[in-house]
Design a protein around this ligand. Sequence first.
Ligand SMILES: Nc1nc2c(ncn2[C@@H]2O[C@H](COP(=O)(O)OP(=O)(O)OP(=O)(O)O)[C@@H](O)[C@H]2O)c(=O)[nH]1
Ligand SMILES: [Mg+2]
Length: 459
Amino acid sequence: MCAAPAGSLARLRDPIAAVATASGRGAVGIVRASGRNLVPLVTALFGRALEPRVATLLPFSAADGSLLDRGLAIHFPAPHSYTGEDVLELQAHGGPVLLQLLLARCLEAGADIGLRLAEPGEFTERAFLNDKLDLAQAEAVADLIDASTEAAARSAARSLAGAFSAEVAALAERIVRLRTLVEATLDFPEEEIDFLEKAGARAQLDAVAAAVEAALASARQGALLREGMTVVIAGQPNVGKSSLLNALAGAELAIVTAVPGTTRDRIGETIQIEGVPLHVTDTAGLRDEAGDEVERIGIGRSWEAIAGADAVLFVHDLTRRGEPAYEAAEAAIAARLPAAGVLHVHNKADLAAAPADGIGLSARTGDGLEALRGELLRRAGWQARPEGVFIARARHVDALRRTREHLARAQDHAALRDAALDLLAEELRLAHQALGEITGAFGSEDLLGEIFGRFCIGK
Ligand SMILES: Nc1nc2c(ncn2[C@@H]2O[C@H](COP(=O)(O)OP(=O)(O)OP(=O)(O)O)[C@@H](O)[C@H]2O)c(=O)[nH]1
Ligand SMILES: [Mg+2]
């Protein structure tokens, strides 16, 4: 349902309609339309005008006059609506068939004004183009809908309310002030160094670079809340991988038996630790001689999962330490694991003492799980600061990182005795531009297509 939108500007002039609520059954379902002038549609549907922004209980009828449902109709005349255009909302009962009938009825009644089905994200895209939201806020709409933990939802709400945008705008303003200073000085070359010194330009530059660095750190946290981290549990058969998954998830997800080779396929579950989503996958135990073809395929999948993981929990069995065959297999696995992101977990600590390195735990008793959770968060780069984190995307992190790089180069130029002011000015311009990409002050059509195309229809 989330295909990329066509990139033509003419499509922005069409009135659009879609079912705005999730597919499936619900108490209430909403059909929404948006366009420059929806009065003809309202009249065609109800034979009368609706009082602005007042919910009116009305029959919803098919074209032949037969009753489809009774529900609430609300007309939000432009510009006081979600999209900034005329918006009509029909709130009916939330049955999928009923809502499709209602949508079809709207499209038919709006045929004269060119009403068509909305593309993914098109309502929110219009809100952006009509300055109801900036780009970071529009993305926060999708992130709020998609949030998989409470912390992610709360930080998306903060971004949607404009907290992130306001911080970005404040940074941009400070860069603009510097640019004005430098560019004004460029016009009076005789006085240049003196002037910049008087205005404290270097101190300002250092301060704004530090502020961008701080914003980058919190955006990284926000991106972590949104994306989470993939964790793969790997190791030899029977070491307790599935038991560890079950212990982390707090549920009997994977089958646990004393038979080596119990797990044949990958089993995944998203758990959360302090609101950070961790996508944990249990895998088939790694061994050279698989019992049968199923296990052999399973082991292949284990290696695939390991290759794509942010972190690998390499589980060891404390009761088998020192056995030659066991140790040889441990070494063979270790040689094939990626160089970074491997965490050594020594399981069955209830039966034997754990070594000082790595994490000792018992998947059976739960001892040591807290330490593992803490270590995973540390590896993910999470720093607990419940307030002040706003949802962010890799795109934002990247834009802030480039802003910081240009500012660092500007600092280098400014530090030289005979500072090249034109180069300094250029780096500030590039820093400003990179920052502007976040809220869409400087956005390309491609970027917009990329962002809104990932929405679902009706948003
Ligand atoms: N005493 C003790 N036994 C454990 C612990 N963790 C797992 N076991 C036992 O070890 C056996 C294997 O556990 P699993 O979780 O199925 O091991 P696995 O690594 O998933 O095994 P495969 O799926 O065959 O690769 C079971 O009998 C578990 O009850 C532990 O912490 N302590
Ligand atoms: Mg298993």
